[in-house]
Write a protein that binds this ligand. Structure first.
Ligand code: FUL
Length: 702
């Protein structure tokens, strides 16, 4: 007999059966190497700050030699709360501080050395920068990380077992006294010349063996299991292989770490990781907001323009890497106004780009859903919950997901995330948009990983379809989003050649306006129509304008001394002189080489500037293009007024040139000179060939 009660029971029973059926579909099995919970939390951090601050800030160096006096450390207004505020406002989630750089000076009063803040005039030796920063981070809800340089150019025991004990003692000190440390940063620069307690010699070590990383890591994890260790050793995250803040588009969170620990991996491979890597070692992209890692007043004009900053973001975070952005405090101990201003501008752009998510309200469907189960339905990529996902059947490694809009919707950003707890799987995908009833491919891509953000040309789409075409195992996607970032105009590019011919370029159809008197350009400034001559010292500022959208780019600034019109090459100790003009042609992309196996270093080149010029520094720009840049590591620089009597103005090293081969600036006391002699004393990695992109001078008070 069928009665009301039976019907209710039947309904209840069938709901029970159906839902039970659905629950019985097994989740996808994990595939390949997996991240630990610590690594997942680290991925979630995404974006954080690097702070390079130490004796170098006061000595105007990038690498200290190790003999600098701690008394030079004297910030007049150090305020870690200011750092934390700026970092927080820029949307970052933590700060990693260089508590000890290569010169061995410690920003905390370590009980294992006198080379620290306790012997500086700052706070009469009673200060502790690490403590102040830890407190500021707490106040601003930021996580604290630590950079402790394994290389110590001051320590007399460096290279011997006693230094490793010292290093470990310091690690322990730092990990016990300052609260939680989210990341420990171990720099790859290790061994070379240094002060070493007065020995003044070169000490080479085997980076992979000397520190016994296995043991060192054990000690770290014993004291601080939640600290993620980055860099050398069996690390949990890797360097991205450049200091320019970008990962390759194809970027695996995996690495053949065993090979890496045996020195079999070239650092350029870090930019993509290894598809067949046996361990989860995701990439972290590091870059400084200025050319150098430490603050140098001369770089106040050279804070990266907004386009570069936005590129850093999309080319790291948008390519499955974390981004660590360096903002070096100045001699006051404050983040400089120039940097703060750029960070504000940057935060505004990123906020605007991701203001309104557009897929959440769409009709979403997929051509395969695991076991037909609701648990793995396509809708879970737009539910805002990172613990749910859309998954396909085990044997389905290519599938499509489609989003239909209520009405045609403009889109130019697409964000995708795999559910990495189950591994990184996707190898290839492409995106199509339905425009006026027709499907058009708008992006062709490879990996996704933790996060991928695509910048595509704006389309007005009725629907969006993502086709995953190749995957290591079944597809498991936790999030897909789309945005319509405001239109922006790329900065124009300014170039000046040897003769002083200025060329300014912008994107097709953009107009260019510029000034030469240092004032801010606007649409009322001179409109650039064609190249023009400006041979005198000048600061050129230019903007590009998109007249369709009525918007301007940011301001591009380029600073030049007198043009090199009268410059000539006098002689060189080797190399083909006919080609040497490249080093004075105003174009760093063209280069000239000398030295080599038969003409071993040192080698010198002499330049005639044509006139007596008041100078107080010189610049050396290495070769910019190619794999082997033939970099100079140690140099001497001389000047003369008559090409007979020479005076040495500067000598030393181009610190960190290997990792960051940018223009090198060396300042010396003002002098009048007509002739310049640049001596390449030694090359990076003992190279005997040297390539020079450009040699220039810093003219006095310009
Ligand atoms: C490099 C170091 O040598 C630089 O000085 C800087 O600290 C950078 C982040 O790493 O390898």
């Amino acid at each position: 007999m069928i009665n009301k009660f039976n019907i209710i029971l039947l309904c209840f029973f069938s709901v029970f059966i159906v839902s039970n059926c659905q629950e019985s579909v097994n989740p996808p099995a994990p595939f390949g190497p997996l991240p630990t919970q610590k690594q997942i939390d680290w991925h979630d951090m995404g974006f954080y700050a690097f702070i390079h601050f130490s004796l170098n800030t006061f000595t105007n160096k990038e690498w200290g030699y190790g003999d600098e006096s701690p008394e030079l450390f004297n910030p007049t207004a150090l305020d870690t709360r200011q750092w934390a505020r700026i970092v927080k406002e820029a949307g970052m989630k933590g700060i990693i501080l260089t508590v000890k750089h290569h010169d061995g000076f410690c920003l905390w009063p370590s009980k294992y050395t006198d080379r620290s803040v306790k012997n500086s005039p700052w706070k009469n030796g009673n200060g502790d920068v690490v403590k102040e920063l830890a407190e500021a981070c707490k106040e601003y809800g930021l996580k604290l990380g630590i950079y402790l340089s394994p290389w110590d150019r001051n320590h007399s025991g460096y290279g011997k077992p006693e230094y490793v004990t010292y290093f470990r003692n310091q690690l322990n000190e730092l990990l016990t006294n300052y609260g939680d440390v989210f990341e420990m940063w171990f720099d790859g620069a290790n061994g070379g010349d240094g002060y070493y307690g007065g020995a003044n010699e070169t000490r080479k070590i085997n980076t992979l063996k000397y520190y016994n990383w296995e043991e060192t890591y054990k000690l770290i994890y014993k004291t601080s299991p939640n600290t993620l260790v980055w860099g050398i050793g069996p690390s949990e995250a890797r360097w991205i292989g450049n200091e320019e803040g970008y990962a390759n588009k194809t970027n695996w969170c995996l690495l053949r770490q065993e090979d890496d620990l045996n020195g079999k991996v070239h650092y350029t491979e870090y930019m993509s990781g290894h598809e067949d890597g046996e361990k989860w070692v995701p990439g972290e992209a590091d870059v400084s907001i200025r050319p150098g890692w430490f603050y140098h007043e001369i770089e106040d004009d050279l804070v990266h323009p907004i386009d570069d900053m936005v590129d850093f973001y999309y080319k790291s975070i948008g390519r499955n890497a974390n981004l660590i952005l360096n903002i070096p405090p100045d001699k006051r101990g404050l983040i400089n106004e120039h940097d703060e201003e750029r960070l504000k501008e940057f935060a505004k752009v990123i906020k605007a780009d991701f203001k309104t998510e557009l897929l959440a309200g769409t009709k979403v469907s997929a051509n395969n859903v695991r076991g037909g189960s609701d648990t793995y339905n396509a809708k879970y990529v737009i539910d805002g919950n990172k613990n749910t996902y859309w998954a396909t059947d085990d044997d389905v490694k290519s599938a499509s997901i489609t989003f239909e809009f209520d009405k045609p919707t403009p889109i130019n950003r697409i964000l995708l995330q795999e559910y990495i707890k189950l591994g990184q799987r996707i190898k290839a995908f492409h995106v199509e948009a339905k425009i006026n009833g027709k499907w058009q491919t708008i992006a062709n891509e490879t990996t996704i990983g933790y996060k991928r953000i695509l910048r595509v040309k704006r389309v007005v789409a009725q629907a969006l379809r993502i086709n995953f075409t190749d995957s290591k195992a079944c597809i498991v996607i936790s999030k897909i989003e789309a945005y319509n970032a405001p239109a922006s105009v790329r900065l124009p590019i300014i170039q000046r050649d040897k003769k002083g011919l200025v060329t300014i370029t912008a994107q097709e159809n953009d107009r260019i306006y510029y000034t030469t008197d240092g004032s801010e350009p606007s649409v009322n400034s001179t409109r650039y129509e064609k190249p023009f001559i400006f041979s005198k010292a000048v600061k050129i500022k230019a903007i590009a304008r998109n007249t369709n959208e009525n918007i301007n780019s940011g301001v591009r600034t380029a600073k030049y001394g007198e043009s090199k019109e009268k410059w000539t090459i006098v002689s060189a100790t080797s190399g083909d002189l006919k080609l040497a003009e490249s080093v004075i042609d105003g174009n760093p992309s063209t280069c000239w080489s000398f030295g080599g196996e038969t003409d071993k270093l040192p080698q010198a080149i002499i330049i005639d500037m044509g006139d007596l010029i008041d100078i107080n520094g010189f610049t050396y720009t290495p070769q910019q293009v190619g794999n082997n840049l033939n970099l100079v590591s140690n140099y001497e620089f001389y000047t003369s007024i008559d090409n007979i009597k020479w005076t040495k103005r500067s000598d030393g090293e181009f610190s960190n040139i290997k990792n960051n081969p940018i223009e090198q600036v060396k300042i010396f006391n003002s002098t009048k000179a007509r002739y310049l002699r640049f001596v390449a004393k030694s090359g990076v990695d003992l190279g005997q060939t040297i390539s020079i992109g450009e040699i220039g001078v810093i003219e006095n008070s310009k």
